[in-house]
Design a protein around this ligand. Structure first.
Ligand code: NAP
Length: 400
């Protein structure tokens, strides 16, 4: 086996489009397309890293499907996905004083992390704190930065507020739960299956709702108990809020029956898309903020390919996706916000400030990657299938 490899997505499609490609002996990935010989000539201001692990994000699956705008714009096919990694510094370019060969690091790259060797601007790299293992470091940046941007820069969630977090046991979701908790919010998490409640509570949820049945779980003295008298109805706006209030899960939450619906949450974080967006909006209290950062419910959970049925569903879901008009937002006193971090790589100051805040939380033991499941680089298809299934908790990392 060659000691340097990368995953190449040859063209949009299924798992068969994920191929391992050998790299020349001295090559480091510089973004998702090109390589450089950073061992002997590391570019100015850059750092060359031998990769330990690369985080797998839902966006990588969208890239493989051909649905990710920024990848098409910045890389294209064939190319190498991957936003984040951990590893050991191999070489530094001129002007880099803060890193030295042999140092353990982690960081972000605008694609190309699914590889054994990467080269990135020093500003996108961070010293690995003693509280994080290399596995955890590989899967930290994207989920933590996404959650931080959503809760700090957009929702501005603060002590005493009540927030609802969808997919609370997932990568970004479990980070959001921890950040909300660290800010003194009351946190209600939503999960797709009851088995995920343990992870959601572990991240810091005060109550957990199971999406399919509307079942509500609370935790006392370390024991998770599902309220026995909950009607088994799919999660819906008013019945969820009423049930949570009845169960005593909403401290100071209010459910009112007037129109437009007024909910108990100061902020809702939703990456489901059409399946829950309207409900999430209706669950907002006056001045509430709905932060939208993904649309995964529009996409298939198995098979790896987007067939005709998937394309029809995508088109239909696109048409059905709620539109929030400025007049309604004004009279409802609510905000709807969205963002995509892959278009924000130029915001270097925000990256430094955000990572500084996040690493302070890590060092205080208030923020971690909730669980890490590892796959070998050669089993990248297995890693994609697993995340795509919607059954995983925490973070998936490829060992490179
Ligand atoms: N805007 C940005 O800058 C940005 C950055 C990073 C991630 N994201 C988005 O954040 C979301 C979470 O990303 P992640 O990498 O951390 O993934 P993840 O949360 O670890 O996994 C996705 C979760 O979504 C839920 N889900 C609902 N419908 C699904 C479907 N049809 N297929 C698969 N999963 C489905 C599942 O949880 P439950 O069933 O428990 O709900 C699943 O565990 C994704 O939508 C991603 O695109 C956005």
């Amino acid at each position: 086996m060659n000691s340097r490899q990368r995953v190449l997505i040859t063209a949009p499609g299924g798992y068969d489009k994920l191929q391992l490609e050998n790299l020349p002996d001295d090559a480091f990935m510089l973004g998702g397309k090109t390589t450089c010989d950073a061992q002997s000539a590391c570019p100015e201001g850059h750092v060359a890293v031998q990769v330990h692990g690369a985080g797998v994000n839902y966006a990588d699956i969208c890239i493989r499907w051909g649905l990710y705008g920024s990848y098409k714009r910045f890389v294209g096919y064939p190319g190498t996905p991957g936003f984040e990694f951990s590893g050991t510094v191999q070489a530094v370019g001129s002007g880099v004083a803060q890193f030295k060969p042999g140092q353990k690091v982690f960081g972000v790259t605008l694609f190309g992390a699914y590889a054994t060797h990467v080269c990135v601007p020093a500003s996108q790299l961070f010293a690995l704190p003693s509280k994080l293992t290399l596995d955890e470091g590989a899967g930290f940046c994207c989920t933590a930065l996404t959650a931080f941007y959503a809760i700090d820069r957009l929702a501005s969630s603060r002590k005493g507020e009540t927030v609802l977090i969808h997919s609370a046991a997932g990568g970004v979701g479990s980070m959001l739960v921890q950040l909300a908790r660290a800010r003194g919010c009351t946190v209600v998490g939503v999960v797709g299956r009851r088995a995920k409640a343990t992870v959601a509570f572990g991240a810091g949820c005060d109550a957990v709702v199971e999406k399919e049945t509307g079942g509500i779980a609370t935790k006392a003295a370390g024991e998770i108990s599902w309220l026995p008298d909950r009607p088994t109805e799919p999660l819906a706006g008013k019945n969820l809020a009423t049930a949570l209030e009845t169960a005593g899960c909403l401290v100071g939450g209010k459910v009112r029956d007037n129109t437009p619906a007024v909910g108990p949450f100061n902020a809702v974080f939703d990456a489901n898309g059409v399946a829950t967006l309207r409900m999430s909006y209706n669950l907002l209290a006056p001045t509430g903020r709905l932060v939208v950062y993904g649309f995964h419910s529009m996409l298939p959970r198995e098979g790896g390919k987007l067939g005709l049925v998937s394309w029809i569903k995508l088109a239909w879901d696109f048409v059905r996706t709620p539109r929030f008009g400025p007049m309604a937002l004004t009279s409802d006193n609510r905000s709807v916000m969205g963002f995509n971090l892959s278009y924000l790589f130029d915001e270097q100051e925000a990256l430094q400030e955000s990572m500084k805040s996040l690493l302070e939380l890590v060092n205080r033991g208030e923020l971690k990657v909730s669980t890490v499941t590892t796959f070998q680089l050669r089993d990248v298809a297995g890693a994609h299938a697993s995340l795509e299934s919607g059954l995983t908790t925490g973070k998936i990392v490829l060992l490179c």
